[in-house]
Design a protein around this ligand. Structure first.
Ligand code: BES
Ligand code: ZN
Length: 456
């Protein structure tokens, strides 16, 4: 282990330089203009892992490519086998004018590396790769066989990896999956995440008059689609922050007293939290703490809302249509596909008689929860403690990583979520960054992990 530590310490700057190269690819999965950047980025990752001595492949899919990289192993290896999952796709960087440095020109400021994808997720899985490099380049025997699986459709709820898992079930047979794509409260509270929320996406559109109308000549005599959609969506949650769709909460698992105690251990200050988010006050479902609301309770969110004229100045019209992009976050034991149907039916039933409604169903991911108490979880907790020097906390995260539930369903294995993102890393926001101390401690955590997991 001493040799590994030394290798990691002396290579720190080079690791950062390489991460900078990786972050330069504008691998935005949602935007078709970046299709080539996606394949270029996948190719770079495959070449890089190959140069470290891994056996790499780029798999073409109907969508964006998948990269796999396997550590050298003997044919009849008896070592435990783990998958390391990550995603090289990133969220769109817009609005660009809010970035202090361009999103795809990685910039170092105050111990942080700023770039889209720095923390979500390139920096986080790159830390694992660098730990493996330390083993391979120092000639230290890796106690586990590892296969990196890095996809390009995580941020768009893509299906390619699900299909890939089903088709490559044999090669991917493993003892567990390790993922760093979640967060930790701060560097003194490393975290093992044992639950993720699921998600269900839809788009709803109301069409009224067959064209935009003069709001002076016709306004008042015809229902305004912008107003109608606002009223409809406004009714989706009540003043207590409860979603009003009948049946929405039917399958929601109750929080146990044990879980509420665990969540209460996570450091939290309301004042700091408000400051972090830039809000005057908080709002959420009555009867739950903020950590419970965002980790263990479902939500209904408007992600985008469009109607009428959005350009410069004023334009007096009754717009012909209005639409909204919606996602719901779901918790155990809600079924994402079932909730999507339920909500779509409910919306349809509320369509004003003077209008036409279209509901487009989007991607779904089921919620995930795993026991944080087994021997492998203990190995993960020990590795966090060794690298960060503090006792880890157990988290339920509000974000979603759709494939994790499929690892359980298709490969029949648990996933250990060891997140390196800090609350101010600005995931999905302007000025995303990774804290370089979290990154380097993450590499050391990973180096410890393979030894601890093999012993467990
Ligand atoms: N890394 C995030 C998920 C995350 C972030 C989990 C922080 C826990 C804490 C991931 O890249 C992500 O953003 N996922 C999407 C999935 C969706 C598009 C299906 C999400 O949660 O919105
Ligand atoms: Zn993300």
């Amino acid at each position: 282990m001493k040799q590994l530590k030394q290798y990691i310490d002396t290579s720190r700057q080079r690791f950062i330089d390489e991460l900078v190269d990786y972050l330069r690819f504008p691998s935005v999965s949602a935007q078709s203009a970046h299709k080539k950047d996606m394949t270029d980025c996948a190719r770079w990752l495959a070449d890089h892992t190959k140069s470290l001595g891994l056996k790499s492949r780029v798999y073409r899919t109907a969508g964006h490519p998948i990269v796999t990289a396997a550590t050298p192993r003997t044919r009849n290896s008896t070592k435990p086998h783990f998958l390391v999952y990550g995603h090289y796709d990133v969220q769109p960087p817009e609005p660009l004018e809010l970035w202090d440095s361009p999103p795809f020109e990685p910039t170092l400021r105050g111990g942080n590396l700023y770039a889209r994808g720095a923390s979500d997720n390139k920096g986080q899985h790159f830390a694992h790769l660098k730990a493996v490099e330390a083993y391979l380049k120092t000639g230290t025997e890796l106690p586990c066989d590892l296969t990196f699986v890095v996809e390009g459709e995580e941020e768009v709820g893509g299906e390619a990896l699900v299909k890939f898992l089903k088709q490559n079930k044999c090669d991917l047979k493993c003892d567990g999956v390790v993922v760093s794509d979640t967060g930790m409260p701060d560097l003194k509270h490393p975290a093992l995440t044992y639950a993720l929320r699921g998600v269900a996406a839809l788009e709803v559109r109301l069409d009224g008059p067959d064209r935009d109308l003069h709001s002076g000549i016709y306004g008042g005599s015809v229902k305004n689609p912008g107003m109608a959609l606002s009223q409809l969506l406004g009714g989706m949650i009540d003043n207590n922050g409860r979603i009003t769709v009948p049946g929405f909460y039917d399958d929601v698992a109750k929080l146990t007293a044990y879980e509420r105690r665990q969540l209460a251990r996570v450091p939290y200050s309301e004042a700091k939290y408000k400051k972090l988010l830039g809000v005057k006050s908080l709002f959420g479902e009555k009867g739950f703490t903020a950590n419970e609301q965002r980790g263990a309770r479902p939500t209904f969110e408007i992600n985008g809302l469009t109607s009428g004229y959005q350009g410069e100045g004023s334009k007096t019209i009754v717009p012909c249509s209005a639409s909204a992009k919606i996602t719901m976050r779901l918790v155990p034991n809600q079924d994402a596909a079932k909730i999507l149907r339920l909500v779509a039916c409910h919306l349809k039933a509320l369509c004003p008689p003077t209008m036409r409604m279209t509901v487009d169903l989007g991607h779904v991911a089921d919620p995930y929860v795993v026991s944080p108490t087994g021997p492998l979880a203990k190995a993960a907790l020990d590795s966090l403690k060794a690298a960060f020097g503090h006792n880890p906390v157990l988290l339920r995260e509000g974000g979603s990583i759709p494939i994790v539930e499929h690892f359980a369903r298709i490969l029949k294995v648990d996933t250990y979520l060891l997140g390196l993102a800090l609350p101010d890393d600005n995931l999905h926001s302007p000025n995303e960054k990774i804290d370089l101390e979290a990154f380097t401690r993450g590499i050391w955590m990973s180096a410890n992990l393979w030894t601890n997991l093999a012993k467990a």
